[in-house]
Design a binder for this molecule. Structure first.
Ligand code: NAD
Length: 472
């Protein structure tokens, strides 16, 4: 067990003001694998003061210099790739192969995109008689969740730093160890002291102090809609910039002409990845009535192949959920699905066979799910898929858009133009067409209650800029 007592503030590891600690638990073994300090408002104050002091210098650096530092940060992360993957597997429970490819690989890629974007972005433009300057928003308070712990840090830190902002990060309680690795990489990359600061702590104390801090010009939050609403209200009250990346209940629409087997199998894989703890997961699969029974059979068989197991075993595809509370929440939703009359065709609320320890949930598929059921409306955040029936294309559009969320989605059809025409009618921030690949440059973010603002690529960079017009 590693007991850490420092927080990264003003370019150094400093002891916390208080003596509270947070225990980090391995969700597969239920063992405590480390402790980190539980920061308080005093630590947040020190971190924000460091970020404010560093702001004028960093904001004035040439974009090429910021690009070089972000490139060095990318390299420092790449040098830690294996440690990052092992750490995320230990504190989140993600299967090691997934941790290597996604939890370590994706943030390295995203950091690389911002090394390029920082150098290439036009921080000035001419508009008629005006010269428009794109200037950094200022000090950013970043609050991140545990489900893609390093990706969500990098998706805020890399564009904020590229824009010339300085920042304070408050990572999730469950996954602070990979956040510490990120701070080590920042130190190695030679960013000036105070440009990036890390305060570990619990949400209602350190997170809230950061969101409320007068020295913070913008709050960028990823997490639940409930906390996002609070943060939005705090930011609104103080008239400061806010970006919110919240939950989802995305639709995977299999049009009648689609390759059903492919669409259903990839759809199941999308939901089971990361044990279903993905905000953009396609948790509602919509299939035409004529092919519905066939789809349910394929989905149940595909889900059964995700056998829960030890995440450090290279063969494991489904690890545990992050903590006991999430397991209770998810199994509670499975019970609700059964009691509201959905047909359980794979999995269920009981612990997987032979599992004595760890917060495991069976890969679960419900058929006969109708739009008013709780499991069709609320984000479950576990390995649970709802298969829903539609009668015609109009019905599919209506069901897909019948959600308070609008983060992601998918459309499958034999003809790409048919799929694109359908995608245009979806009220959601991203749509994957016929299994389109994740693009780290594409704007990511939500319609409706899935959030405010966009992350990644050039759109993610402009979130951290404000404009000043000079007239001549
Ligand atoms: P959460 O909202 O409980 O926590 C997220 C972060 O907010 C954590 O760092 C937490 O400490 C902090 N926090 C909690 N209470 C706070 C408060 N009062 N003031 C300030 N900060 C506070 O969410 P979670 O359980 O960590 O993550 C799961 C949820 O996040 C899911 O609903 C999921 O859909 C959503 N999510 C969305 C995205 C996205 O990009 N849209 C990505 C990941 C997760």
């Amino acid at each position: 067990m590693q007991a850490h007592n420092g927080m990264y503030i003003d370019g150094d590891w400093r002891p916390a003001a208080g003596d509270g600690t947070i225990e980090v638990v391995n969700p597969a073994t239920e063992e405590i694998i480390g402790t980190v300090p539980a920061g308080t408002a005093e630590d947040v104050d020190a971190a924000v003061a460091a970020a404010r002091a560093a702001l004028p210098g960093w904001a004035a650096t040439e974009p090429a210099e910021r690009a070089a530092r972000i490139g060095a940060l990318r390299d420092a992360l790449a040098a830690r790739r294996e440690t990052i993957a092992a750490t995320v597997t230990a504190e989140l429970g993600a299967p090691l192969s997934f941790s290597e490819a996604v939890h370590a690989g994706l943030p390295i890629t995203v950091a690389g995109t911002y090394a390029t974007l920082a150098a290439e972005h036009s921080f000035e433009e001419k508009l008629g008689t005006s010269r428009v300057l794109h200037e950094p928003v200022g000090v950013v308070g970043a609050i991140t969740p545990w489900n893609y712990p390093l990706h969500q840090i990098v998706a805020k830190a890399a564009p904020a730093l590229a824009a010339g902002c300085t920042m304070v990060l408050k990572p999730a309680e469950d996954t602070p160890l990979v956040a510490r690795l990120f701070a080590e990489a920042v130190a190695e990359a030679g960013l000036p002291a105070g440009v990036f600061n890390l305060v570990t702590g619990v949400g209602p104390v350190a997170g809230q102090a950061l969101a409320e801090h007068e020295g913070v010009d913008m709050v960028s939050f990823t997490g639940s809609t409930a906390v996002g609403r609070r943060i939005g209200a705090i930011a609104g009250g103080a008239i400061k910039r806010v970006a919110l990346e919240l939950g989802g209940k995305s639709a995977n629409v299999v049009l009648p002409s689609a390759d059903l087997v492919k669409a259903v199998k990839i759809g199941v894989g999308n939901v089971m990845a990361n044990a279903g703890q993905t905000c953009s997961a396609w948790t509602r699969m919509l299939v035409h009535a004529d092919r519905y029974d066939e789809a349910v059979e394929i989905a149940a068989a595909a889900a059964a192949k995700y056998v829960p197991g030890d995440p450090t075993d290279p063969a494991t595809r489904l690890g545990p959920l992050v903590n006991a509370a999430q397991r209770e929440r998810v199994t509670g939703y499975i019970r609700t699905g059964i009691s509201e009359g959905a047909d359980l065709v794979a999995g269920g609320p009981d612990a997987p066979e032979g599992v004595e320890r760890g917060y495991y949930v069976r890969p679960t598929v419900f058929a006969g799910v109708t739009p008013e059921m709780t499991i069709a409306r609320e984000e479950i955040f576990g390995p649970v898929l709802s298969v829903m029936r539609y009668e015609d294309v109009e019905d599919a559009v209506r069901i897909a858009n019948d959600s308070s969320y609008g983060l992601a989605g998918a459309v499958w059809a034999a003809d790409e133009a048919e799929a694109v025409a359908f995608a245009r009618r979806l009220q959601t921030g991203q749509v994957d067409v016929n299994g389109g690949r994740f693009n780290p440059l594409a704007p990511f973010g939500g319609y409706k209650r899935s959030g405010v603002g966009r992350e990644l690529g050039p759109h993610g960079l402009t979130e951290y800029l404000q404009t000043k017009s000079l007239q001549f």
